[in-house]
Write a protein of this length. Structure first.
Length: 393
């Protein structure tokens, strides 16, 4: 049995228990209740059959976006059923009367609220691009780069879009409309294989900035989550992904550095291959990319995983600005009284936004543009960050 079927079977078992409870709640002699019972069972059986078929269907018959959507819809409805069942079960401990009716009404409202929020997250929020303006001051920024604007985006996960270029087109337009000096992509262009990027090369090639587009690879860009026939096939896929990015006009930094000049001033843009904590593999080498880590040059580092900040960048270099992605804010971010809350914070100390230390070093974590796993974003809108470098007087 494939391992992904085990959680699915557990979910179906939980669903059956919830369905039995709901069926019992609908018991009665009235025609309306009997009709609701039949409709409920018919819908549950139909949805269950669809999700099982989606889970076991080969990719050749059903692509990843369709599979993800089927499982997501099933999960959302199951969550709503569980919420309703738990609240309605609690209502049974109350005496008959308005109090029990009120709690039952809350149960129905909770279930409907879950379904509504899940629908909004997948139909609206995951396509609602958030262009964030961030200004960072540096004491050592060369004068000619005062006001220099970098557009950062990250974690596209194009495999989750199939071949539909609509969202990618809108994001490219959003970036170009900001007229940045440089565009940086901080990894995870695909989910598991380079073929996912092929339909989007033409659209991505429209990205435009005076100093071009620079990118690095993320953990998903190495084919670690795909079954290959042999290591050579996996290595060839990575080469093909780099070829596709290059075909889009991007400069892929593989443990390498670019120099950007303005008059007599210059800055360095360093790009490392993925450097991550277990279970994520490390392919990058910062010292290979830039041996003189503590020289006097102003340096911007592109590194996919923000954990690289604490593990090496902060303790072993004077790199001025690091740009990262990877976390997605786990595609769930709530803003409560001005404070952003996400389950991502349980794993990463630096998971979203700007972080600075006493030495004047800065890290910015972009929460990404795409989706992996669930085709939804709860509050965590796709992000484009416009970072303006300012010279501190």
């Amino acid at each position: 049995m494939k391992i992904f079927l085990i959680p699915l079977l557990i979910a179906i078992a939980v669903n059956v228990i919830a369905d039995l409870f709901i069926y019992n709640q609908l018991k009665g002699i009235s025609f309306a209740k009997k009709a609701l019972q039949r409709i409920h069972i018919a819908l549950s059986l139909t949805l269950g059959a669809i999700v099982v078929a989606a889970a076991i269907a080969p990719i050749s018959l059903l692509n990843i976006p369709a599979k993800s959507l089927a499982i997501y819809v099933y999960s959302a409805i199951l969550t709503a059923k569980i919420a309703y069942s738990l609240i309605a079960l609690a209502a049974r401990a109350l005496p008959q009367g308005w109090c029990r009716l009120t709690v039952n009404a809350v149960a129905v409202a909770a279930a409907l609220g879950i379904i509504a929020s899940a629908t909004y997250a997948t139909c609206h929020t995951r396509f609602d691009i958030d262009v964030r303006q961030v200004e960072i001051e540096f004491c050592n920024l060369p004068a000619q780069f005062d006001g220099y604007r970098i557009a950062q985006f990250s974690d596209f996960h194009l495999g989750s879009l199939g071949s539909d270029t609509t969202f990618v087109h809108h994001l490219v337009q959003a970036i170009n409309s900001q007229n940045p000096d440089l565009i940086c992509f901080t990894g995870d262009l695909v989910n598991s294989a380079s073929a996912e990027a092929a339909p989007f090369v033409k659209c991505l090639s429209v990205l435009n900035a005076p100093d071009g587009v620079m990118s690095v690879l993320g953990n998903h860009d190495y084919g670690d989550y795909h079954r290959w026939n042999n290591p050579q096939e996996k290595a060839a896929d990575r080469i093909n992904l780099i070829r596709l990015e290059t075909a889009a006009g991007w400069d892929v930094l593989l443990n390498a550095t670019c120099t950007i000049s303005r008059g007599n001033d210059s800055i360095k843009v360093i790009g490392v291959e993925n450097i991550g904590e277990p279970p994520f593999h490390t392919y990058g080498n910062l010292r290979e990319a830039y041996p003189a880590l503590n020289d006097s040059c102003f340096k911007v580092l592109l590194s996919h995983n923000p954990s690289h900040w604490k593990s090496e960048v902060e303790p072993a270099s004077n790199i001025d600005l690091m740009l990262a992605g990877h976390t997605h804010a786990m595609q769930i971010m709530l803003n409560i009284f001005g404070k952003r809350i996400s389950p991502s914070s349980l794993r990463y100390n630096e998971w979203q936004g700007l972080y600075s230390n006493a030495h004047g070093q800065h890290l910015y974590v972009n929460i990404g543009a795409g989706c992996i796993g669930m085709p939804a974003r709860f509050g965590a809108k796709p992000e484009v960050t416009i970072i303006t470098l300012k010279r501190k007087l």
